[in-house]
Design a protein around this ligand. Sequence first.
Ligand code: UD1
Length: 405
Amino acid sequence: MKLRIVSVVGARPNFMKLAPVDRELAKRGDVEHVIVHTGQHYDPEMSAAFFEELWIPAPDYHLGVGSGSHASQTAAVMERLEPVLTRTRPDVVLVYGDVNSTVAAALVAAKLGVRVGHVEAGLRSGDWTMPEEINRVVTDRLAALLFIPSREAGRNLLAEGVPGDRMHFVGNVMIDSLCWALSRAVERNAAAQRGLSDRGYVVVTLHRPSNVDDPATLGTVLDALHCLSRDLPVVFPVHPRAKQRLRDAGLTPGRNGGDLRLIEPVGYVEMLSLVARAALVITDSGGLQEETTFLGVPCLTVRPNTERPVTCIHGTNRLVPPRRDALLGAAGRAMERRPPVRPMIERWDGRAAERIARVLCEDECFEVEAVEQASDIARELSELQDRAPGQMRRAGMFATKEVLT
Ligand code: UD1
């Protein structure tokens, strides 16, 4: 009998995570992969364009949920998904990321006794004012299979008491999509098409409530972007939510001697193409923090925290408050300190979806605990070595450390 896997997606960042998983599952003859689109995002440029560009087949079910308050959107997904899962009777339901559709689908599946797999599990910002943080914590609590993108995600889950055997350190599916599309994106050269020179412009995306809902904050950020655009063109594809808030606040970008371009949301390949050749990215998106790190492009994240600290510790990302001087100062520093080579993050290698499929179809394990223990031992050995090299050498421990690190 075929393994029946249902993937539930709803919002733009879900689609880049689904695409590589769908491609991997499609290679296997023993899997039936059913795709459910909740309809949380519905504008063609926020949804259909991504299915097309990422070669995702049309969804088997479309729930047509649309926009609403958190409660009504979550409830609508739950109500409309339940009969679909009752009818399809899947072995596993896969949910992606941290949007309202993610937590809603996890709740429905768990209550029907269906195993939930969470792709991009274990991320934590520690910030309960973010709806996404609530979605992450609840989804992880409900999931039987936690597919984690980084070691720190595993550490977060272990600290919450999640047993290590539920976690699989598979890597980052966003990077799978990036690797898959990068050559097309580079070839497309969206910057040149828009009259921009390599590393001679800034890309901006902002849509989080903390940045766009308060007119004063939004005005300050826009003012900083104006100022920056006097030195370099600034391209800002505007999310529908930000567009609405700009309209509500009566904020329009005047020329002001600068080159600030507010444009419609762009597709995945065009965005990647723009980001790959940018001097700097300013964002509050989760995915862009990872993509810029992978590409070695300096990134400023306009937030007080991030659930992706690996992008700050090993990558090109820096957190910055939504203040004019802070933004302008950080922008200058970030561009000056562009890294000469791309940072390498463990298992961000384009093969995360392949590992997920191996877990689902072959019961393979990519346990984090074993890896974690090995790295703890390596760290302890390293500290010991610094303190007492003679003693270590006598004990023949250098060889051990080399193997472990
Ligand atoms: C959602 C996710 C967020 C993610 C973002 C990516 C939650 C809680 N938030 O935020 O984590 O970073 O998607 O885009 O799930 N709208 C449209 N057309 C659309 C979709 C939305 O005009 O196709 C407008 C509507 O006015 C809607 C508003 O955007 O009310 C917000 O949409 P919603 O899906 O609630 O959240 P996002 O802000 O998009």
